[in-house]
Design a protein around this ligand. Structure first.
Ligand code: KPL
Length: 297
């Protein structure tokens, strides 16, 4: 396959390295245009991949068989819209980010849209990307045209297992959203690694119960206890992690809160539900974002 990867951060480089090892033709796409994209990944097995791959070629983009988007949620729709005119109308666009809401923003996209939810964990150490833990990547259609692209799961599975195709990706997206609604803002507010949320079990339960109620109204037959158990499994398996939102807050960057808790609150409102614990977390993170924006101004 000929693949363009838009967003060459930790997850983007992980896929670039994995797909390159399988002999696929690759390019990176960087927001500040460059001719080369440096990929430096140490795999979960200790194997290192270090290579300069081509970048930002319009001709390569026009002939790509897949556009894999690994940007932050708030960067996705503008960046995809800017490339869509060059992409072949039949080239699937696979979005892999935390949070939900980009599908709505890309409703007019003519290309097939695929959504990906991954538990692959990677982090940056200096100029290197460390593949911290293997996980599962769930993919499924994000628009009508996306339904025809279940065959993508094969080559992706060979490159970076496990990958599973779902005809309906909504349940997997909502479960990940639930974990992100609890872990990301709480760790950013309390400035702690994920595992320390074990000391705030009561708050975790309250936030999680509100998410479960919204999920039920969205048509997902989840119980509050099942969802809470799932969230604790994610907390425990990522106990040492500094969540992506806490990393963003510490680095005074914009966060994905509008696509995580913000999305949850929009869906709660649509169903006439209130979610006060989530609303409080949303306000606390927005306050941090505003303070950081003032520092950077
Ligand atoms: O997805 C994550 C993130 O940090 O964004 C979790 C699952 C919370 C792991 O840290």
């Amino acid at each position: 396959m000929k693949v363009t990867v838009l967003g060459c951060g930790a997850i983007g480089q992980l896929w670039l390295a994995a797909l390159a090892r399988q002999g696929h033709e690759l390019q990176g796409w960087l927001r500040a245009p460059q001719t080369l994209c440096h990929v430096n990944v140490t795999g979960a097995n200790g194997m290192r991949f270090q290579q300069d791959l081509p970048a930002n070629s319009r001709e390569f983009l026009a002939n790509s068989d897949l556009l894999l988007v690994t940007l932050k949620a708030f960067q996705v729709s503008l960046a995809v819209k800017q490339l869509a005119a060059t992409l072949n109308a039949s080239c699937p666009v696979l979005l892999m980010h935390n949070g939900m809401g980009t599908v709505e923003e890309l409703h007019a996209l003519r290309q097939p849209l695929i959504l990906g939810v991954t538990t692959q964990a990677a982090r940056r150490e200096g100029s290197a990307i460390i593949h911290v833990a293997s996980g599962i990547t769930h993919i499924g259609p994000g628009n009508e045209a996306g339904h025809a692209h279940g065959g993508l799961a094969g080559p992706l599975q060979h490159a970076l297992p496990d990958v599973t195709w779902h005809d309906n990706i909504s349940a997997a997206s909502w479960r990940k959203l639930a974990a992100n609604c609890v872990i990301n803002p709480m760790t950013a507010v309390f400035n702690c690694p994920n595992g320390e949320l074990r000391n705030r079990a009561c708050d975790v339960k309250t936030v999680c119960n509100e998410v479960a109620r919204v999920m039920q109204r969205e048509g997902h037959p989840v119980t509050a206890d099942d969802l809470l158990n799932y969230v604790w499994r994610v907390v425990d398996s990522t106990a040492e992690n500094i969540s992506s939102m806490l990393q963003d807050v510490r680095s005074q960057r914009h966060t994905e809160i509008d696509y995580i808790t913000g999305y949850l609150l929009r869906r709660a409102r649509a169903h006439g539900l209130s979610a006060p614990a989530n609303a409080r977390l949303y306000e606390q993170i927005k306050r941090k974002e505003r303070a950081n924006a003032r520092i950077n101004a």
